[in-house]
Design a protein around this ligand. Structure first.
Ligand code: C2E
Ligand code: MG
Ligand code: MG
Length: 737
């Protein structure tokens, strides 16, 4: 089947009879109320039809005139130019189809419904089968005319069904969607519209004579160029062309109209035709959806999605204009505390107030967004002055530093902010990279004291990559059981005897994972061992330290068990031997906060039959300060069960000594930074002496760590240190030597 356009705009004015409505029965289909059917001005229809060419007719009730395509008589098997009237046509109807023909005419005129069907005509040259359809035009309750089309389908068998289907589907589409059809003849310039086309330009069907100029005039000036392209595009592209245009109606309504156009070549030249339908609701729904998906409801600012869209847009336009795109990410430093202590309504009020303050301080034309939670972003308009990153970061941080008066809060609420700033500055980076860079800088600002801004630089990226690598290494080492414990001896300073050791974790790196063995220290040549400095911070940040510490505790207990067994026979032989060495393990505050950690340790000790005093726990000062109630109670339970707990790295900046009173601690390790200067006539001796006195006053023993020289050991012994650890006595090794 060929696709044929079924339009005939060459209305020949024959003197047809008033009710010249040649229609047929067959499969009668009621389409819809006649008042709604397209007017006879033009009925362009596009369907997939057999080679036959449909012809059109129309009747005007006022003038009584019938216009029809010159080929209408031909379609009925009559000589061209034969005058047509309802009576003349009825006379040709096959006797068997007469009743259906009359029904059809009656349906159209009295019931005012659109009709269609297939009817046989007894034409002079034989029987013709014609598919006919018709609609009625009603104005102010009166029949104003009728119109219709005919298609000679003589000789068509099963295809006839398909044709019916196409015609019905097309009519239904028109009715259900308000789809308007149009057709333009580039040669004559004639434009034909169906009724819905008139509605799209805000006039009554048939009220104006459609012309291309009138259509273009109705299209919104901003969309006019695209409308022109649409017509040309249709001619250029055989596949057709689609655009959504704004059309300003004569009724003052602006409608969004989706327009299709396509060009079809034929014997009479190219015809451009298409369809149009109003999509205002869909466009507005879509716009609303987009607005909602890009907006933060609480503050009315853009949300993360919205900011990313704007950022991408800025990057694209700035690249053309050679402007500088700057991005600031902000995070409130105390938002959680405000929320937790004053309630969410105060938290919400704070977020709104932050958005207002930001609006006052950022450069005019900036985009402000709430990225979620307590994170905000500022995107100043791109420009040559984008290099002013420092002042911008400073202004933002300063503006948010002053406390807020918030309804619902009993007093002023302080909630400073940290900021990360970055800029594209001549680089070809994308939105996600810029966001990641600003995020890194923000993270750095948080990490280095908060309440400040940091400008992104490549060093930050390198550090972030190293951390990422470390995390990957650590996860894979935990999964693949590639951790190792090394032991560094601890000496009883007065006697010089080895009494214990500290267990220090190592990570066995696999070639290809990308880890680099830490320089210096105590690694064994040839082995790719990573020292804790390469991964312990990451372990803390990610919480992996809990798993790591548990692994260390379990292995330390096994080691202790082996040492105890080794010394076992000497005891049974009645020989007095020194105590088996004890083992100190480092544990993070996060580990102590884990439910079940006390059970794990005590059960392990019991299972291996190890006296609790042989497993010592080292916590840094920072850990003591950060211990939450769960961690504190775990420490108390362990101390109560006889597990010695001590402070590591004592003196490294945390001077809150309250924990000395709160816990019955076993030992204190003086940080090696003090030990390094001992015996050099400085203040170090005095400080160490004070620490030793303080510890002894609390019943604690004192370990000096990091002793590298004999003179340090001598001086520390004089000062009264109890225990010693350092390269001078022995480096960490994989086993107890
Ligand atoms: P730390 O507990 O203060 O351990 C002592 C660190 O000083 C060890 O470094 C040790 O090798 C090093 N050291 C010992 N003697 C000397 C010396 O004479 N001179 C110098 N320059 N250094 C000496 P390492 O093994 O790299 O451990 C570093 C830190 O990693 C430890 O400090 C500890 O805080 C942490 N750590 C080690 N193992 C674990 C663990 O299993 N769990 C947890 N949570 N942290 C661990
Ligand atoms: Mg330690
Ligand atoms: Mg230490």
């Amino acid at each position: 089947m060929a696709s044929t356009r079924v339009t005939d705009s060459s209305w020949a004015p024959p003197g047809a009879a008033a009710a010249g409505v040649p229609l047929q029965p067959g499969r009668w289909r009621t389409a819809r109320a006649a008042a709604d059917v397209p007017p006879p001005a033009a009925v362009p229809v596009e369907v997939a039809v057999p080679a036959g060419v449909p012809v059109l007719w129309r009747w005007d009730a006022v003038s009584g005139r019938v216009d029809h395509s010159a080929r209408v008589p031909e379609a009925l098997g009559l000589l061209p130019g034969t005058e047509l009237s309802l009576v003349a046509v009825r006379r040709l109807v096959h006797p068997d189809d007469l009743e259906r023909f009359d029904d059809l005419v009656l349906g159209l005129v009295t019931r005012r419904i659109a009709v269609q069907g297939t009817i046989r005509f007894a034409a002079p040259d034989g029987v013709r089968t014609v598919h006919a359809w018709a609609g009625i035009r009603v104005e102010e309750g009166r029949v104003a005319g009728a119109f219709g089309g005919l298609l000679d389908v003589t000789g068509f068998g099963p295809e006839l069904e398909a044709l019916h289907g196409s015609l019905v589907a097309l009519r239904a589409a028109e009715e259900l969607t308000g789809l308007g059809l149009w057709e333009w003849d580039p040669a004559s310039g004639e434009l034909l519209w169906t009724a819905p086309m008139y509605s799209l330009v805000g006039v009554a069907p048939g009220a104006v004579q459609p012309t291309l100029a009138r259509w273009h005039e109705a299209v919104h000036p901003a969309d006019r160029e695209r409308a022109l392209n649409l017509d040309v595009g249709a001619l250029d592209r055989s596949g057709g062309h689609v655009e959504t245009l704004r059309v300003v109606g004569a009724d003052g309504v602006v409608r969004y109209v989706r327009c299709w156009s396509t060009a079809v070549g034929g014997p009479g030249g190219v015809q451009v035709h298409g369809a149009a339908v109003e999509v205002s609701r869909q466009v507005r729904d879509q716009a609303r959806l987009e607005w909602m998906s890009a907006t933060d409801v609480l503050t009315g600012l853009l949300n993360r999605h919205g900011l990313e869209q704007r950022l991408r847009h800025q990057l694209a336009t700035a690249a053309r204009a050679d402007g500088d795109v700057v991005l600031v990410l902000l995070d409130l430093d105390r938002f959680k505390a405000v929320n937790d202590t004053l309630g969410h309504h105060v938290g919400d009020a704070l977020l709104v107030e932050v958005s207002r303050r930001l609006a006052r301080v950022v450069p005019q034309g900036s985009v402000i967004a709430r990225m979620g939670g307590d994170e905000f972003a500022v995107l100043p308009p791109p420009g040559p002055d984008g290099a002013q990153l420092g002042p911008l970061g400073q202004a933002v941080v300063e503006a948010l530093r002053a406390p807020y008066a918030l309804s619902g809060a009993p007093e002023l609420v302080a909630c400073p902010v940290s900021a990360g700033v970055t800029s594209r500055r001549g680089r070809g980076v994308g939105a996600h990279e810029l966001l990641a860079e600003a995020d890194l800088a923000l993270y750095q600002a948080k990490d280095t004291g908060r309440g400040r801004y940091v400008i992104f630089d490549d060093g930050l990226l390198a550090r972030a990559r190293a951390r990422h690598l470390a995390e990957r290494l650590l996860r894979s080492a935990l999964d693949g059981d590639r951790l190792a414990l090394w032991y560094q001896p601890i000496i009883d300073l007065p006697t010089g005897r080895r009494v214990g050791a500290e267990a220090l974790v190592r990570l066995r790196d696999l070639p290809g994972l990308g880890g680099r063995p830490a320089a210096g220290g105590d690694g064994v040549p040839g082995e790719r061992l990573l020292l804790p400095e390469a991964f312990i911070d990451v372990a803390e940040d990610t919480g992996l330290v809990v798993e790591l510490d548990c692994w260390v505790i379990d292995h330390a207990l096994e080691q202790l068990s082996r040492w105890s067994r080794r010394r076992g026979p000497a005891v049974t032989a009645g020989v007095r031997i020194p105590d088996p060495p004890w083992l100190a393990v480092n544990v993070s505050a996060r580990t102590m906060q884990q439910p079940g950690v006390v059970r794990r340790i005590l059960d392990g000790l019991a299972r291996h039959r190890i006296p609790p005093r042989l497993l010592k726990l080292e916590l840094t000062e920072r850990s003591f300060l950060g211990a939450d109630p769960a961690g504190e109670s775990a420490l108390r339970q362990l101390i109560g069960s006889g597990v010695p707990v001590g402070i590591d790295d004592f003196g490294t900046g945390y001077s809150a000594l309250a924990y000395l009173q709160r816990f019955e601690l076993d030992f204190m390790k003086i940080d090696r930074s003090f030990v390094a200067s001992v015996g050099e006539q400085g203040r170090a001796d005095a400080v160490v002496t004070a620490i030793v006195d303080l510890a002894h006053a609390h019943g604690m023993r004192v370990t000096a760590e990091g002793i590298e020289h004999a003179h340090q050991a001598d001086r520390l012994r004089e000062i009264g240190c109890d225990l010693a650890q350092g390269y001078h006595f022995g480096r960490p090794t994989p086993g107890w030597t």
